[in-house]
Design a protein around this ligand. Structure first.
Ligand code: SF4
Length: 387
C-alpha cells in the first residue's frame, strides 16, 4: 500500500476540511458549510469533477444536519483552487502547508471575478439603509452609537458639527434660577446673601458641551433675557460605511436602495431567470429560503375583484436583485419550475482554455431538478441545452 498521498476529511464546527498529504506538503480545502449556498458553481467549475451538489434545499432549511450543500471528494480533488476562485460566496479556502494559496493563479494564470463595489464617501450620509437591506452582512458601518438607540451612546448633539452662542441680557436677568433648574448646561451661581448688599447677586454660567440648543431656557425665562443662536457647520455624522467584498454577492440591494445614490455595485453574472409559477405546488418556498440575494418572494395576495381571470402567482423573482447563482435551481424540488441561463460573467485576467470550458458549463441553460445522482443523497440539475 502506498504511503502517499493520504487523504482525509473532517468536520470542525462549520468547516468541512479535506486534506491531501504528500511527502513534501499538505493541502487543505476548507468548505464553510454555513456560508455555502449550494449554488453548485464549484461543482460545475471543478476540473476533476470532485464536487457534487447535495440536498441543497433540505440542508439550507435545516431539515438534515448530517450533510453539506455540496460534497467534495477529498481523493478526487487536485487541490488546484479553481472552486475557491469560482465560489461567488467565498465559502471555500485552500491552504498549502497552512498558508492560504491559489496554485492555479500562481502557476498558470487563471482569471478572477472582477468585483465593482464602491461607496462614494462624499455622497454617503452614513444612514442605516444599506446595512439593513444587505442580505449578506457585507456592509461595514462604523458609525458612533448615539443616545437615540443606546442609553450609553454619544449625546445626540454630537451627531452634527455646530457652534452655539448663549447670551444673557444682564439688564433683564433677575438671577431667578429657573434656567439653571431646568437645564444641566446652565448654572445660576448666587453670591452669599448678606445684609450688606441686601439683594440677589451672581452670574449665569453656561457649558456649550452640554447644551443641545433646545432653547427651553429661552422659552422658560420669565424676563425674556436669554438668546440662543446655533450655526450648523457640518450635518454629516462621523464614521465610515464600506462594502466587505468577501461577503458581497453583488445583488445590488444596497445600490438600488441607497437614498443618495452613493453606491455602485455591478453584478458578476448576467443572465435570465424564469419562474414557471403555474408549476409550483405552493406551500414549499424552498427557493425563497435558499436565495442568498433575497430576490425570490411569495407575491402578496391580489383581491379577487382585481384578478381579471388570471391565476395568482405562487412564486416570483425580483430580477433587479437576482445574481443568477443558481442556488434556487439546485434547491427547487419541482421539475422545470425555475429556468436559469447565464449569459455573461465579469472577470479580470486571461481567459484560459480551462476557464472557457468552465464558462461553457456555467452558461448551459438549466432547469430545476429533480434527478437523483449516482451517490446517495446526490442530485443533479437538468441541463436543457448547451450554451
Ligand atoms: S450588493 Fe448586495 S451583498 Fe453586496 S453589499 Fe450591497 S446589498 Fe450587500
Amino acid at each position: 500500500m502506498a504511503l502517499f498521498p493520504k487523504f482525509s476529511k473532517k468536520r470542525d464546527g462549520v468547516n468541512v476540511i479535506m486534506e491531501q498529504k504528500l511527502l513534501q506538503n499538505t493541502s487543505n480545502l476548507i468548505l464553510n458549510a454555513q456560508t455555502c449556498t449550494g449554488c453548485g458553481i464549484c461543482a460545475e467549475a471543478c476540473p476533476e469533477e470532485a464536487i457534487s451538489v447535495g440536498l441543497v434545499g433540505a440542508v439550507r432549511r435545516g431539515a438534515v444536519d448530517y450533510a453539506e450543500p455540496v460534497n467534495i471528494d477529498e481523493a478526487k480533488c487536485s487541490y488546484c483552487g479553481v472552486c475557491v476562485i469560482m465560489c461567488p460566496f467565498n465559502a471555500l479556502t485552500l491552504k498549502i502547508d497552512g498558508e492560504e494559496r491559489l496554485p492555479i493563479v500562481e502557476k498558470e494564470g487563471f482569471p478572477q471575478y472582477d468585483l465593482t463595489t464602491k461607496i462614494d464617501d462624499e455622497k454617503c450620509i452614513r444612514c442605516t439603509v444599506c446595512e439593513e437591506v444587505c442580505p449578506r452582512d457585507a456592509i461595514d458601518r462604523q458609525v458612533p452609537v448615539f443616545e437615540g438607540t443606546d442609553a450609553e451612546g454619544k449625546s445626540r448633539q454630537a451627531a452634527i458639527t455646530a457652534t452655539t452662542k448663549f447670551t444673557v441680557d444682564d439688564e433683564k436677568c433677575t438671577l431667578c434660577g429657573i434656567c439653571g433648574a431646568l437645564c444641566p448646561a446652565i448654572d445660576v451661581n448666587h453670591k452669599p446673601f448678606t445684609a450688606e448688599s441686601g439683594k440677589v447677586e451672581g452670574e449665569v454660567v453656561w457649558d456649550e458641551a452640554q447644551c443641545d440648543a433646545c432653547k427651553i431656557c429661552v422659552e422658560a425665562c420669565p424676563e425674556e433675557a436669554i438668546t440662543v443662536e446655533r450655526e450648523v457647520t457640518g450635518k454629516k455624522i462621523d464614521g465610515s460605511v464600506s462594502i466587505m467584498d468577501e461577503n458581497c454577492c453583488t445583488c445590488r440591494w444596497c445600490a438600488i436602495n441607497c437614498p443618495t445614490e452613493a453606491i455602485t455595485v455591478e453584478k458578476i453574472f448576467e443572465g435570465e431567470i424564469e419562474f414557471n409559477a403555474e408549476k409550483c405546488p405552493a406551500g414549499c418556498s424552498t427557493c425563497v429560503e435558499v436565495c442568498p440575494a433575497n430576490a425570490i418572494y411569495l407575491p402578496s395576495p391580489v383581491k379577487a375583484s382585481e384578478m381579471k381571470g388570471q391565476l395568482e402567482d405562487k412564486i416570483a423573482v425580483n430580477k433587479d436583485f437576482c445574481i443568477y447563482c443558481g442556488a434556487c435551481v439546485q434547491a427547487c424540488p419541482g421539475e422545470d419550475i425555475i429556468v436559469l441561463k447565464r449569459s455573461g460573467v465579469k472577470i479580470t485576467g486571461k481567459e484560459t482554455d480551462l476557464f472557457n470550458r468552465i464558462k461553457e458549463k456555467l452558461f448551459t441553460r438549466r432547469t430545476s431538478m429533480v434527478k437523483e445522482g449516482v451517490a446517495p443523497g446526490e442530485v443533479e440539475v437538468k441541463v436543457l441545452e448547451k450554451a
